[in-house]
Structures are given as C-alpha cells and as structure tokens.
Design a protein around this ligand. Structure first.
Ligand code: ATP
Ligand code: MG
Length: 407
C-alpha cells in the first residue's frame, strides 16, 4: 500500500553552511542502502526532508530495514501516494487508509494538511476541518485532539497527494562520510564491534585491524571477525579490514618478558601496529572497545600504559564508562551479539597470565620491552607488510591483495 517514504533528519539540519554537504552524504547513503533492495527508487531532497519514491513494485519490508540502518535519519514515514481525483475521492482513500492501519479506532487524532501546490481548490485549514468532520462521521470512536493527538493524519498536496501517519524511528547519528575515518581494533569479542558502531554513528568511516595468531587462533576465529565486521558494515558502509599475523610477536614477547606483563606489552604492540596502519591509510584516530576496570588490562593504570605508545592520533574509547550489560544491549540491538559469543579463541585468551598486573609501571614495562630490541622492529615490519586486506560489506566480504584500492 505504501509507495514512498518521507525521511526526516534533525541534527544535520542545523549545520549551517555545511548543510548541503551533510544532505548530500545522507542521500548518497540512502541510495547505497536501497541498491540492495528489490525495486527501483528515486531519492530526492526538498527543504529539510528527503523523499524516497518507489517506481512500481518493491520490497517494502526490505526497504524499511535498509533505511533503518542509515545513520543521519531520525524518522521514517511510509507514505501512500494518491492521484488527485478531487476531494471526495481523497476522503474515501483516507477512510480506507485509517480502516486498514488502525483496526482499533479508540484514539485521538488531528488532520494536518499542507498545500505545497497552491492551485488546489481548498486551503489547508478547510481540508483539516472538512476531512476531520468526515472521519468522525465514519469512525465515531475516534476523537479530535488538535493539541496533542495520538495520531496525526498528514495530507500533503503536491503534484500527487501524500498521505502518512506512521513514524518509525531511524538510526540517528550523522551520515557516514561526514566525520572522517578511523581505525577500529576489532577482536571477536562483544565490545569492539559496539565501539565501532558508536563511532560510525557519528559519521565516521571505519577501517579495522584484527590481530590473529595462527595456529593458536583458528581460521574460524578469523572468519568470526570478518562476520562481525560485515554486520557492523550494514550500518557503517564498506569496512577495510586488515588482518595482521601476530604469532611471531606474541611468542617473542612470551619468551623475553615477565609473564604478568604479557597482556599489557602485547596490547602496546597492537596499538603501535594499529597506529602505523592507521597512518598509512589516512585514519585520524584509533578506536577500541575498552571500558574502565572491565579486566586487568583495562584499569586506569593499564589504559595509561597502553595509551602512551600511540604517538600521533587520539584513541577513542566510546565504551569507557559503560557497564557490560549496557554494551550487551547495544550488541543485541545491532545484531553482533550472537556472533560475538561464538566460542572461538581470540589471541588474547591464549597467553593470559594467571595473575596479570593491574597497576603496571610504565617505566618497568619500557625497560622490559628493551629485551625485545633485537628482533621486534623487523617483526613489526613483517607483520604490517604481510597483512591480509579484506573488503567487508554487509552481504559480501572478499579478500583483496592490493592495499591501494581504498575508499
Ligand atoms: P572485546 O569484547 O572487544 O574483545 P575485551 O573485553 O575482550 O574486548 P580486551 O581483550 O582487553 O577486551 O581488548 C580490549 C580491546 O582491544 C578490544 O575491545 C579491542 O578493541 C582490542 N583488541 C583486543 N584483542 C584484539 C585483537 N585480537 N585484534 C584487534 N583488536 C583487539
Ligand atoms: Mg577480547
């Protein structure tokens, strides 16, 4: 029954001169999202809103699901598009619409007409009054409330007539591409996919890096990370995923450094490598899924020691003040939870000490890292240069070899 969507956005409307930029990014993202949906769509903007019109038959549920994942949209109204065949015909269509959409008619309403085409023979106020009266006559259980109606019956007179009353919440945030680009440290856990989602929601394009340690971590653990990236890319758009072989470095640390400091030293090398790849790929920040006190490596002292190795860009930790339960709720909402809890080892769980330090001393750690001086630079180069690159999209993830084909 619906042939169009009216799309509203709030935050981006207030951006002054940048408004066009934001609107164009939003249109681009909407078009991209709808490409995967059966049907053909025309996407256009008029003051403060975006119109999506379907040409002929289309997959309504699919289109709605796709639109719900586009950051920058605050709400989506499915629209019935009517040919103008006079007011009597219009009011019949309105009655049919109400009857179908609202089997239970015990609610308050108001008619809200807008005349974008001025040659329509009735003014908005007249339409409101006349249509309101006819509705009450037909459905006496309904009642008018012009101040705070439960349902607003919107009638917009354009070349055709737009009829809508349902508002579906959108994903919020800012359109992808308006906020720069950042490198997500993506593990197979619950937290990092959520962290990536949250930064992407602010309009940031994501790249990701995953450290794996074959044969200690399996191909399936890697595939799980690719799958998680694919789910996040449903919101974030294409994610270039860099898979770094961390085995040699991890073993070397294990051989040379005190075991209670393993995790923290490992985390420092992950951060260093992530920063290096970030700088090579024009990413302006790192993103992690850390939150204060969640594990030994995430105490304030540990975070400080991990943080100090990143030299040129900020590290964003969007979950820093979140409880695990809050993070789980978001991961369920965005659809990563089920995949995150699949029981494959990730490289951090294999070499964990029984009693990791919770108050590491930066000085001691730096001193112990000197035990690695002979080989570590070469190992880092080997790991960075030999990394695998994946182009991850919601419906298809492919391994590519060249690193220069990035968005
Ligand atoms: P997550 O649920 O995201 O795995 P976690 O609670 O297991 O987090 P840690 O293992 O301490 O926490 O990792 C903290 C952060 O470091 C992760 O959120 C992620 O950003 C990054 N990280 C950890 N392991 C890896 C890995 N193998 N590859 C890439 N990033 C990682
Ligand atoms: Mg983890």
């Amino acid at each position: 029954m619906f042939q169009a969507f009216l799309i509203k956005y709030a935050e981006i409307a207030i951006k002054g001169k940048n408004r066009n930029l934001f609107e164009d990014a939003l249109l681009k993202r909407i078009r991209k999202a709808l490409k995967e949906v059966d049907g053909s769509f025309i996407v256009s903007k008029t003051r403060g809103r975006v119109h999506v019109e379907a040409e002929g038959d289309f997959d309504y549920d699919g289109a709605l699901e796709a639109l719900k994942k586009v950051f920058g949209i605050t709400s989506i109204c499915p629209v019935v598009v009517l040919e103008d065949k006079g007011f009597d015909d219009l009011s019949e269509r309105v009655m049919e619409y109400i009857d179908r959409q609202y089997p239970d008619k015990n609610f308050s309403f108001k008619v809200n007409a807008r005349r974008a085409r001025k040659n329509y023979p009735m003014e908005s106020m007249e339409i409101n009054a006349e249509m309101g009266g006819r509705i009450l006559e037909r459905f006496p259980e309904m009642r008018v409330d012009v101040r705070d109606p439960e349902v607003k019956i919107n009638i917009e007179i354009r070349e055709e007539i737009y009829l809508y009353s349902i508002t579906i919440p959108g994903a919020g945030g800012m359109p992808i591409g308006t906020g720069g680009k950042a490198m997500l440290l993506l593990s197979g856990g619950i937290d990092s996919p959520v962290a990536g989602y949250m930064i992407a929601k602010r309009g940031v394009v994501l790249n990701a890096v995953y450290f794996h340690a074959p044969p200690y971590t399996s191909e399936r653990a890697k595939q799980k990370v690719v799958d998680l990236a694919a789910i996040v890319s449903g919101f974030a758009g294409t994610i270039w995923l860099h898979v770094v072989n961390f085995t040699e470095i991890q073993k070397y640390i294990y051989d040379k450094c005190p075991h209670d400091e393993l995790t923290i030293i490992m985390r420092r090398y992950m951060m260093r490598i992530a920063e290096r790849i970030a700088l090579q790929t024009d990413c302006q920040a790192l993103i992690t899924g850390e939150s204060i006190g969640q594990v030994a490596s995430q105490t304030m002292a540990s975070l400080t020691v991990t943080n100090e190795v990143v030299e040129e860009i900020p590290v964003f930790r969007p979950l820093i003040g979140f409880d695990k339960q809050d993070i789980v709720e978001i991961s369920e909402k965005i659809g990563t939870f089920e995949t995150s809890i699949l029981p494959f080892e990730d490289c951090c769980t294999i070499w964990v000490a029984k009693h990791p330090v919770t108050k590491p001393s930066a000085k001691r750690i730096r001193k112990h890292e000197e035990f690695l001086a002979n080989e570590i630079d070469r190992m880092i180069d080997t790991a960075v240069d030999g990394r695998e690159l994946w182009k991850v999209e919601e419906h298809e993830s492919i391994r590519v070899t060249e690193t220069d084909s990035e968005e």
